[in-house]
Design a protein around this ligand. Structure first.
Ligand code: GLT
Ligand code: MN
Ligand code: MN
Length: 381
C-alpha cells in the first residue's frame, strides 16, 4: 500500500460519479459513501471530500440524516481517513436555477445561506479542514438580468455572514473559493483564480479565505494552471487544490489527473512540491463514462500513481547537473533577485536604457532547457 507522504483525497461525487451526461443516463450504479471510504482507504488515499447531499440526500429526515452521518463517521474512524474539504450543494436543487447567493430572489439567497450554515455544521462535525465555495449557479445567461456589481455584493455578503457564523461557532475551518469561467451558467461570477483573489481582499475576514484552483477550470478559460496556482501561492492563498485534466476549448471534462497536458501537470507538481504545499491533493475528476464499477478504481489508482510519478520526475529533473546549468544560462534564478534598490537609483537606471541594444543580443536558452524537461518527461533522460 502506498504511504501517506502526499495527502490524496477524492470527492464522494468523483469516485461515485455514475457517468451521467447531458445526453445520456448513468452508466454505473450509485456508490454507497461508506463503500467509497473503505475502497479509498484500501488504495492508500488520505481522505475524502464531500457535499452535504453526497452523504445526506436532499429530503432526508433529520433522524435518518443522523443515522447516515453516524455510520459515515464510524467508517472514517475505522479506516483512519480524514476529510479534506466539505462544501454545500447549491446547484442541484431547482430553486437554485437563478443562482444561490446571487439569485435575484432574496428568499432563495436566504435559504442558500441557511443551507450553507447547516452544511458547515456537518463539515465541522466530520473534521473538514477546508470549506469550499464553488458557485455552480452563480452567474447568468442573460447579462441584462443581473447587475454584476449587485451580484458580487451579494456574494460578498454571503461569505461574510458565513465566515462570521463559522467563527462564532468556534469552528476551525478555512474557506476556499473555487473559480470556474462557465458551465453550468453561461458566464459565472469569479471566473478565474485572479478574480477570486481580488474578491477575497474585499471580505470582512480576508485572512480566513483562500482559493481552491482547479486544473480543468483555468484550462477551460485557456489559462495556465501553473500560473494561477503560482499567483495563489504568492498571495499566501493556496488553501486547497482540485487536480484533474482538461483540453482547452471543451466542456468541463474532469479527466483523471494529467490525462491531458502532461507538461503543464509536471510544472504544476513541481510548483506544489517546491512550495512545500502541504494541503490536501484532491482529485476532482471522474472516470470515463464507458467504464464500469471496476474502472472507477483504475481511475483512482491512476490519479495517485501519476502524481507520485510526476513528483519523482520533478525530483530527478532538479537533480540533473545539466538542468542546473541550463537554468543558469536562462537566468532563471536571476528573476528571484530584486531589480534595483529603488527610486534613489533613478539616474543610474535612466543611464542603463542605453544598454538595450547590447542586452538584445543575448539568448535565453529556453529551447535547450525545455527540451531537457521533455526528455525527462519521456523517460529518455
Ligand atoms: C462539481 C464541480 C467541482 C467542484 C465541486 C464542489 S462539485 O463537481 O465541477 O469543480 O469542486 O462543489
Ligand atoms: Mn472542483
Ligand atoms: Mn471541473
Amino acid at each position: 500500500m502506498p504511504g501517506h507522504e502526499h495527502r490524496f483525497t477524492f470527492g464522494l461525487w468523483t469516485v461515485g460519479n455514475p457517468g451521467r451526461d447531458p445526453f445520456g443516463e448513468p452508466t454505473r450504479a450509485p456508490l454507497d459513501p461508506v463503500e467509497s471510504v473503505h475502497k479509498l482507504a484500501e488504495l492508500g488515499a488520505w481522505g475524502i471530500s464531500l457535499h452535504d447531499n453526497d452523504l445526506i440526500p436532499w429530503g432526508t429526515s433529520p433522524a435518518e440524516a443522523e443515522k447516515i452521518t453516524a455510520r459515515f463517521e464510524q467508517a472514517l474512524k475505522e479506516d483512519g481517513l480524514g476529510v479534506g474539504f466539505a462544501t454545500t450543494d447549491l446547484f442541484r436543487h431547482p430553486a437554485f436555477k437563478d443562482g444561490a447567493f446571487t439569485s435575484n430572489d432574496r428568499g432563495v439567497r436566504r435559504a442558500a445561506i441557511g443551507k450553507a450554515m447547516r452544511s458547515i455544521d456537518l463539515g465541522a462535525r466530520l473534521g473538514a479542514e477546508v470549506y469550499v465555495f464553488w458557485g455552480g449557479r452563480e452567474g447568468t445567461e442573460v447579462g441584462v438580468a443581473k447587475d454584476p456589481r449587485d451580484a458580487l455584493e451579494r456574494y460578498r455578503e454571503a461569505i461574510n455572514v458565513l465566515s462570521d457564523y463559522a467563527v462564532e461557532q468556534g469552528y476551525e475551518l478555512r474557506f476556499a473559493m473555487e473559480p470556474k469561467p462557465n458551465e453550468p451558467r453561461g458566464d459565472m461570477f469569479l471566473p478565474t483564480v485572479g478574480h477570486a483573489l481580488h474578491f477575497i481582499t474585499t471580505l470582512d475576514r480576508p485572512e480566513m479565505v483562500g482559493v481552491n484552483p482547479e486544473v480543468a477550470h483555468e484550462t477551460m478559460a485557456g489559462l495556465s494552471i501553473h500560473h494561477a496556482v503560482g499567483q495563489a501561492l504568492w498571495a499566501g492563498k493556496l488553501f486547497h487544490i482540485d487536480l484533474n485534466a482538461q483540453r482547452v476549448g471543451r466542456y468541463d471534462q474532469d479527466y483523471r489527473f494529467a490525462a491531458e497536458d502532461l507538461k503543464e501537470a509536471f510544472l504544476l507538481v513541481r510548483l506544489l512540491e517546491r512550495a512545500g504545499y502541504g494541503g490536501p491533493l484532491h482529485f476532482d475528476a471522474h472516470s470515463y463514462r464507458n467504464e464500469n464499477a471496476e474502472g472507477v478504481w483504475d481511475f483512482a489508482r491512476g490519479c495517485m500513481a501519476t502524481y507520485r510519478a510526476l513528483a519523482e520526475r520533478v525530483a530527478h529533473f532538479d537533480s540533473l547537473p545539466e538542468v542546473n546549468e541550463a537554468l543558469a544560462r536562462s537566468s532563471t534564478r536571476e528573476l528571484g533577485e530584486a531589480t534595483c534598490a529603488g527610486a534613489a537609483e533613478a539616474d543610474q537606471l535612466k543611464s542603463e536604457v542605453d544598454s538595450l541594444d547590447e542586452l538584445a543580443k543575448r539568448g535565453y536558452f529556453n529551447e535547450a532547457l525545455d527540451q531537457i524537461l521533455v526528455e525527462v518527461l519521456l523517460g529518455v533522460r
